[in-house]
Design a protein around this ligand. Structure first.
Ligand SMILES: NC(=O)c1ccc[n+]([C@@H]2O[C@H](COP(=O)([O-])OP(=O)(O)OC[C@H]3O[C@@H](n4cnc5c(N)ncnc54)[C@H](O)[C@@H]3O)[C@@H](O)[C@H]2O)c1
Length: 372
């Protein structure tokens, strides 16, 4: 199979869909890998790294799309890229179709087979191609929060780990899933006094078993949340209610109860944010002040560490990419219900129920799509 990887063109996107290591594996499986010139530069991979891996460099996105049987990307295809997709071609990337009717219509019109990273599942009910980005955002959260706490950035002027004779900062993490656990581990590793709040008792039992002595857990009742928030130097929002906007866990009125200069890092901003005063920001201008409380609300945090994010995503996507290339999409999806769960569009039909519901469009089942 010819596997193509164009340069990402969404603003501020520096990741790349195929790493040199993944290219080497695909070439080892007998496939041809076509990389657009310069596609890996934002993530620190030179064209020479890809040629050394056995891939071929091509000059333009147009040539990649024209030649490839399967396109592997990071972000959803932009309008100009959607025009280059064709019937029978496979697209494997993040899509996030539910809030995006224009993209959905274009993908349906293209006739291509579109498999979305974010809906591929695993045996534990998790989302294996979303988890690496949650791991990255979680580990980054205390790092950006520590920077936000610095005086010059409007913060309290508190060092996360304290020093001998000075207490460490207090960090409260709301939501103890993938983001929250990684955030808590790194904050604790930086020496902070960390408490994780969650509403799931099984999850808190797990956290307590795995991390007793590293950080504390507390049930996320409204009362516990505000009590812990009052004494916090940094609050990290990491909740997720699948398929719903993030619940608002701190109101504007409650900001006056927090310590002046406290840092709020709202990782859940991509689902609307879990603090009432959160609004999405960018890496260029990441923080803002509401009533003396510093908010960091960047919606694509992994982009800040494009190289780590690219490698982490590549590790997770590679086995699926190889299965799609080795067997063809139909056999690969027939053999693996978790990959089949990623199928969102095939031959002009929508195959993902939640997207159909969100956009008021007809759907067929992924199983039916295998028969087309
Ligand atoms: N900003 C970014 O760049 C970025 C990157 C990755 C993920 N995210 C977002 O981070 C959020 C968390 O993702 P995740 O992968 O950790 O999800 P997850 O499902 O692994 O964890 C979410 C946790 O929130 C808990 N929760 C739900 N409602 C709660 C409540 N009211 N109070 C306390 N806890 C509650 C759940 O029990 C669960 O443990 C999501 O919104 C995700 O989209 C953002």
């Amino acid at each position: 199979m010819k596997i193509g990887c164009p340069t990402e063109i969404k603003p501020q996107e520096f990741r790349v869909g195929i790493t040199p290591n993944a290219a080497q594996e695909a070439v080892g499986h007998g496939h041809t890998v076509l990389i657009q010139a310069g596609a890996g530069v934002g993530a620190g991979f030179e064209d020479a790294d890809y040629t050394a891996a056995g891939a071929q460099i091509v000059g333009s996105a147009k040539e990649v799309f024209a030649a490839a049987d399967m396109i592997v990307k990071v972000k959803e295809p932009q309008a100009v890229e959607r025009k280059m997709l064709r019937e029978g071609q496979v697209l494997f990337t993040y899509l996030h179709l539910a809030p995006d009717p224009d993209q959905t219509q274009d993908l349906l019109a293209s006739g291509a087979t579109c498999i979305a990273y974010e809906t591929v599942t695993d045996r534990t009910g998790g989302l294996p191609l979303l988890a690496p980005m949650s791991e990255v955002a979680g580990r980054l959260a205390p790092q950006v929060g520590a920077w936000t706490l610095q005086k010059a950035n409007g913060g309290r002027g508190v060092l996360l780990g304290g020093v001998p004779g000075v207490s460490p900062a207090r960090v409260v993490v709301i939501g103890g899933g993938v983001v929250g656990t990684h955030a808590a581990r790194v904050a604790a590793g930086m020496g902070a006094d960390v408490t994780v709040l969650d509403r799931s008792l099984p999850r808190m039992r797990y956290l307590d078993d795995a991390f007793a002595g590293v950080f504390k857990t507390s049930y996320a009742s409204a009362g516990n949340t505000i009590e812990l928030a009052r004494s916090a130097d940094m609050i990290i929002g990491a909740v997720l209610v699948p398929g719903a906007a993030a619940p608002k866990l701190l109101s504007r009125a409650q900001l006056s109860e927090l310590k002046p200069g406290a840092a709020l890092v709202d990782v859940a901003i991509d689902q609307g944010g879990c603090f009432e005063t959160s609004k999405a920001t960018t890496h260029q201008d990441p923080i803002y002040d509401v009533e003396g409380i510093m908010h960091y609300c960047v919606a694509n945090m992994p982009g800040a560490v494009a190289r780590t994010s690219t490698i982490a995503l590549g590790n997770a996507t590679m086995p699926f990419m190889l299965a799609l290339a080795d067997k063809g999409w139909k056999q690969a999806c027939a053999d693996d219900p978790h990959l089949l769960a990623g199928l969102n569009v095939h031959a002009g039909k929508l195959t993902y129920a939640a997207v159909g519901e969100a956009l008021g469009l007809d759907v067929i089942t992924p199983g039916d799509a295998l028969q087309l």
